[in-house]
Design a protein around this ligand. Sequence first.
Ligand code: FO1
Length: 314
Amino acid sequence: MKVLALTGGIGGAKLALGLAKVLAPDEVAFVVNTGDDFEHLGFHIAPDVDTLVYTLAGEANIDTGWGRQDESWHFMHAAEQFGLPTWFRLGDRDLALHVHRRQRLAEGATLTEVTRETCRRLGVAEPVLPMSNDPVRTRVLTPDGPLAFQHYFVRDRCEPAVTGFEFDGVEDAAINPEISALLAGTSGDGLRAIVICPSNPFVSVDPILALPGMRDMLRSAGVPIIAVSPIVGGRAIKGPTAKMMRELDIPAAAGAVARHYRDLITGFVLDECDASRESEVADLGLATTVTQTVMSNLDDRIALARDVLAFAGA
Ligand code: FO1
C-alpha cells in the first residue's frame, strides 16, 4: 500500500475518489470517520462510511453527495404515515444497505466486516476501513447543551453555534486492527504517504486522530503526512467548517487549518486563491504547495490526487 488516506464527509470523499482513480486498489486504503454514526429507526447509520463507499462505487447522489443516485422515497412517505421521524432521509435503495448492515451486525460481524461486504457487493475494490469497530459518537457542544452530531448537522441544519466537540467513547475505542496492521507492515509494503483529505477538521478528522495511539501510529510510519485544506478563500466548499471556525473564534482561513494539524502533518496543500497565505503556513515549519483544490468534476478530483501524490513524493 502506497497511500493511507483519512477521510470523512462529502469533501473528503471527492479527493478519495481521485486517489482511487490514480492508484491501484492495492496501493491505497481509506480510514473513515465513524463519529457521525448513530442509531436511527433501529439501524446503525454510518454516513461517512456510506458516503465514501457510494462515491467509490459511482453510486453517490451527485447533487447531495450523500445517499444513492436514482433514489426513490416511498419508504419515507410511508414512514410519515406512521409518525416515524423523517428528518433524516433514508432512500428506498439506501434502505437495503441499512437492513443488510443491521442483520450482519446482529450476527456479530464488525463494522469493518460489514463494510467489506458492502464494498464487494457494490464493486469497490479499495479497502474502506472504519476508524474503529467500537462506538465513537461526536457530540457538538452548544450554548444550549450537547447535540448528537446528526441532530446538529441534519435536524438542526448546522444552525446552533458550536462551543466545542466531544467524541463519546473514543477513550475506550480501539483503532481498527486492520489499520494498525497496515501501518505496522509499513516497513515491508512501501507506504509512501498519509493524506488527510479536505474534510471538516473538527468533526470528520479529529475523531480519527483522537483514537488513543492514532497520532503516534501515523507519525511512526515515517512518511510525509499531507493535509489538503478544506477552507478555500475563507469559506468551506461544503458544510459548516468555516461557520464552526468563526464560532470557535478561529480565523476561517487555510492557515488556521494548517495550525490545527501542525503537530502531526509535514505538508499542507492550499488552493490557488490562498497562495498569499503560503508563507504563513511555511512559517509553521510545514512543506507547502499551491494548486487547485476545488473539485467540481472528476478531472479535478484526479488532478488534485496527482498533485498531492507528487507533493508527497509518493
Ligand atoms: N444529510 C442531510 O443533510 N440530510 C439528510 O437527510 C441526510 C440523510 C442521510 C442518509 C444516509 C447517509 O449515509 C447520509 C445522510 N446525510 C444526510 C448526510 C450525513 O448526515 C452527512 O453527510 C455526514 O454525517 C456529515 O459528513
